[in-house]
Design a protein around this ligand. Structure first.
Ligand code: CMP
Length: 139
């Protein structure tokens, strides 16, 4: 089924000029970038976005890193987009990521892991709504 997922190209990647290379991996996998904008995430936005991780020891570090530079927020569309993008990203920890995945290719470590992707369709809807309106998304 055609569905949407939410993606973030994180500051560690935008800082190294990797937006185009990451987008190429996304598009080569058959996902369509149907909305995209480069923004600076506010602290409040990052805290809200990662609210589920608030009790984790790395939460502060995570919010710091997501607000440390520009990010590119995206809506990706395609057959089984949520699962497909997770496959394309590779494991959260780049040391465990499969060859050819974005994190294997570009991530520095588990904190600076270059990209985020939604883990379920429900979360994709919530995450997309935090950054885009329906009018921003052109399929
Ligand atoms: P992401 O997919 O954006 O979702 C939560 C993020 O928390 C994750 O990618 C990692 O960047 C980060 N994260 C997960 N585990 C750790 C950890 N042990 N130390 C630092 N950051 C982490």
């Amino acid at each position: 089924m055609t569905e949407r997922t939410f993606s973030i190209i994180k500051p560690d990647a935008t800082q190294r000029n990797l937006t185009g290379k990451i987008n190429a991996v996304i598009e080569d996998a058959g996902l369509r970038i149907v909305a995209q904008k480069r923004i600076r995430m506010s602290r409040a936005q990052a805290e809200k976005f990662y609210e589920v991780h608030a009790a984790r020891p790395f939460y502060g570090e995570l919010v710091d890193s997501m607000t440390s530079g520009p990010v590119v927020v995206q809506v990706l569309e395609g057959e089984g987009a949520v699962a497909k993008y997770r496959e394309v990203m590779g494991a959260t920890n780049p040391e465990q990521a499969a060859d050819g995945t974005i994190r294997k290719l570009y991530a520095r470590n588990v904190g600076e892991n270059s990209v985020h992707g939604s883990d379920s369709q429900d979360n994709a809807k919530l995450e997309i709504a935090q950054f885009f309106t329906e009018a921003d998304i052109v399929g």
